[in-house]
Design a binder for this molecule. Structure first.
Ligand SMILES: [Zn+2]
Length: 301
């Protein structure tokens, strides 16, 4: 009987201590805030169980035109590390960090990549194109920057961060090869499409599919009637086979362009945001795979 009581007591103390243990673990994790969903996936892939990742602009959101909330300020104030894309993508972020009153380290994931310069639009906006993640080779640099930032913020996780980063870099190399092989199979004269906003410049540079977009690099500005008319002429003259919708843009403009030109709608490309887990692009790697599959099927014939 005494033995039984002892066993019961041991069991009870094990059970009651379990939640406390889990809570302690949770608090040990490194709090990282990221600006948008693609960075969230990259930081989770490298950080694994060592990090708590909070994404400000979640799946389906548009980081170009985001308005931070008071809850975001609270999240930033609790973060040790904030990871941003940079290249002018998150214009709203410096003010948010200041307003939060926190003192996180701010890491720019795109540091070290070769920025794609934009032509001056006549209003002094001859800046860099922020969508560097659309080239898989650039995301290698993102992952190395994220790995080093996590190590600097949390030395206790160094072996996790090194191991996860290495595994993810190998996945990226495989992905890059997949995209190149898919493009190589397409007839050269069909490697051109229309997308809504100019988000695929790095993809075009890296893989040799031309993208033409009525909207500029930010979704903030609307396409003018003149831009749309010019694109319609270009689709007809160059026999551009397909028009793509984007998850962060209004589909109506593209549907109109498709109906006026006879170009096919090739589906949706994911440019600046992932989907939730049930969608077509829940991870960065899933997003690139979805996009190349959609492009290949629209441009094959
Ligand atoms: Zn964009």
């Amino acid at each position: 009987m005494r033995l039984f009581c002892l066993a019961l007591l041991t069991l009870f103390s094990l059970l009651s201590s379990a939640p406390v243990y889990a809570q302690g673990k949770q608090q040990d994790k490194l709090n990282v805030v990221v600006s948008f969903s693609i960075l969230g996936d990259l930081v989770r892939s490298v950080g694994g169980d060592q990090v708590n990742v909070t994404t400000l602009v979640g799946p389906g959101g548009d980081a170009h035109v985001y308005t931070p909330t008071p809850a975001d300020a609270k999240r930033v104030s609790e973060a040790k590390l904030v990871v941003i894309n940079g290249l002018g993508f998150e214009g709203w972020l410096p003010r948010l960090i200041k307003a939060s009153g926190g003192k996180p380290s701010v890491i720019t994931a795109s540091t070290g990549i070769k920025p794609r310069k934009l032509a001056d639009d006549g209003h002094g906006h001859g800046d860099a194109d922020p969508h560097a993640w659309q080239s898989v080779a650039n995301v290698r640099a993102y992952v190395l920057n994220i790995r080093d930032a996590l190590i600097a913020a949390d030395a206790s996780g160094v072996s996790t961060y090194l191991t996860n980063a290495d595994a993810y870099l190998a996945e990226l190399d495989k992905l890059d090869r997949e995209v190149r092989e898919a493009v190589a199979k397409l007839p050269a004269e069909r490697r051109k499409v229309i997308s809504t906003h100019d988000a695929f410049g790095y993809f075009a540079q890296a893989y040799g599919i031309a993208f033409i977009a009525p909207q500029g690099v930010s979704t903030e500005s609307e396409a003018s009637a003149r831009d749309i008319a010019a694109i319609i002429r270009q689709i007809k003259a160059q026999k551009i086979p397909a028009v793509f919708l984007e998850n962060v843009a209004d589909p109506r403009l593209m549907r109109r362009i498709a109906s006026e030109t006879g170009a096919a709608i090739g589906g949706t490309l994911y440019s600046d945001s992932l989907t939730d887990e049930k969608g077509d692009a829940p991870t960065y790697i899933g997003m690139v795979r979805h996009n190349i599959k959609a492009l290949a099927s629209a441009l094959t014939n």
